[in-house]
Design a protein around this ligand. Sequence first.
Ligand SMILES: [Zn+2]
Length: 65
Amino acid sequence: MSTAISLHDIKPCPICNGNNVFCEKNLERESKYFVLCNDCGFEGKEFFTRGYAISNWNERIIKSR
Ligand SMILES: [Zn+2]
């Protein structure tokens, strides 16, 4: 399990607090990466690298507290 998120720790979803979050690659728009919650469908911002997408997702959690 959690093979897609082994590179970095992705924090739980800021909307539903679910752990069913993955970093996906957007093949339609210049191969950008974004974090997606499969529980509620919430998507993070898109970035050119997986690391930026995940760190932005995690920062959003910290700021919302
Ligand atoms: Zn969610």
